[in-house]
Design a binder for this molecule. Structure first.
Ligand SMILES: [Zn+2]
Ligand SMILES: [Zn+2]
Ligand SMILES: [Zn+2]
Length: 454
């Protein structure tokens, strides 16, 4: 596969570089290949302005905004006016008799959380509940178990970066109908995030997952630290969001693959998970990846053990899905792109006969075209590639496997496959559409760390 890459950028040949005179038919557009988003990333204020995932107030009209799980997006809010409404309670703008919400208790902390917490009333469905949430906190903050020590000033900023990445992760998991369960609901398999800093004299914090508990080294939220590690490890890509998506992949392997009918297919594609993990990792760090890893794995780390191959592939799928959803939500198209290069074929898939296979293949090839454009855009600014990967043909079957596991989960949850529709193309008009700072900076409270709850 030769999509654009940091290693070997594909230069268009003379014929490819010729701009087409006539637009290809609509059924070859990127939108038709990628299909409708599973998740809309384009949100609108009541005044019509586009607003973004981290916004808590419209910059144009000052309407309060908040992330509403039931709507899988950022919504305009109005102070609640129903009889008996408590102060600081909101309803959705234009729906004064609808469901009521409060701001998360982390709204004014350095976490600057803009997610809303349900305020159930008589007549609300039983599913509209605060069960499983830490009192006062939203779902995202309720799965944070340990935060960095806020008596150290810079930790406030690190915590914010971690929570922003986690909120983006969770908003996607919810849209894909993957279970997001707190430890209060399920003390054994529920999710908990520990953001730990390396203390002087203490051991190095290892990022990892164990039965629902995801530990992240909070130092990784420091750009200089993360970039140094990225360069030392010779990785083309290292982000907080990537860490979250990788670790949650281990969590869902425990839940959706290991105890299910998917295990056999997993072993076909990824290898035998019973291979000794500690030995495999030591071997990887001592001897490096196999020389042909690029033909078989999405990253060199994926070659260390089948579990890591799964987690890297899972993370990659989430990257692709979110980026494609975002592009389509904003009406981005690559209709005139002539950088198609080598596209994937049915024979590259694991299950070409699966009813969803043609659609998945279209998605992959739309992705190749989109990332060709985005990489050229990045290079035009002198930035590292937007998508510094080359998808090996052998990786395509694994991505389809992840897609099938998630699709089955979504269908089993009985919810519609698509949420929302792609928005009309947005005309970006200057400062009014710029992302708003997440919240007023608040002086970090002096708190001991680790905290047992957020
Ligand atoms: Zn507005
Ligand atoms: Zn929150
Ligand atoms: Zn891992």
């Amino acid at each position: 596969m030769s999509s654009a890459t940091n290693a070997q950028p594909i230069e268009p040949t003379a014929t490819e570089a010729i701009v087409t005179e006539t637009a290809p038919p609509a059924d070859e557009s990127l939108a038709s290949e990628l299909q409708a988003p599973s998740l809309s990333r384009a949100y609108q204020c009541q005044c019509g302005r586009p607003v973004f995932l981290r916004n808590s107030r419209c910059l144009a009209c000052s309407t309060p905004l908040g992330y509403i799980i039931e709507r899988l997006g950022v919504m305009p809010l109005a102070p609640a006016e129903f009889v008996g409404a408590e102060p600081d309670t909101f309803t959705l703008f234009g729906d004064p008799n609808g469901r009521a919400y409060r701001r998360c208790a982390n709204f004014l902390t350095p976490a600057a959380c803009n997610w809303m917490v349900p305020v159930p009333r008589d007549g609300d469905a039983a599913s509209f509940t605060t069960d499983g949430l830490v009192p006062g906190f939203c779902l995202s903050c309720s799965v944070t178990r340990t935060i960095p020590d806020l008596s150290i000033e810079r930790n406030g900023q690190l915590w914010l970066s971690l929570e922003l990445a986690k909120r983006r992760l969770l908003s996607q998991l919810l849209a894909l109908h993957l279970p997001v369960v707190t430890r209060l609901t399920d003390p054994v398999h529920g999710l908990a995030f520990d953001f730990l800093g390396s203390m002087p004299g203490a051991g190095h914090v290892m990022t990892g997952h164990q039965t629902g508990v995801i530990t992240l080294n909070a130092e990784e939220a420091e750009d200089a630290v993360r970039e140094r590690i990225r360069a030392e490890m010779r990785e083309p890509y290292r982000t907080l969001l990537g860490h979250f998506r990788h670790e949650i992949g281990h969590y869902y392997w425990d839940l959706l693959v290991e105890p299910t009918h998917w295990l056999e297919g997993f072993r076909q594609l990824f290898g035998d998970d019973r291979e000794d993990y500690a030995t495999a990792l030591r071997n990887h760090y001592d001897n490096g990846p196999p020389p042909d890893w690029k033909d078989r794995f999405v990253t060199s780390y994926a070659s260390s053990h089948p579990w890591e191959d799964w987690a890297e592939t899972w993370a990659h799928y989430l990257h692709m899905a979110d980026a494609a959803d975002t592009a389509l939500s904003f009406g981005v198209d690559a209709r005139n792109v002539e950088l198609s290069g080598d596209l994937f074929e049915m024979a590259d898939l694991w299950q070409p006969d699966d009813p969803g296979a043609p659609q998945f293949l279209d998605f992959l090839n739309g992705w190749v075209r989109l990332t060709n454009v985005l990489n050229e855009m990045s290079r035009s600014m002198g930035q590292p590639d937007y998508y510094p990967f080359v998808l090996a043909r052998a990786e395509v079957g694994k991505l389809q496997f992840v897609h099938m596991v998630i699709t089955e989960q979504r269908e089993r949850s009985g919810l519609p496959a698509m949420v929302g529709k792609p928005a009309e193309p947005v005309v970006v008009d200057g400062a009014a559409t710029a992302p708003e700072p997440a919240a007023e900076p608040t002086p970090p409270a002096a708190q001991p760390a680790p905290l047992p709850q957020p």
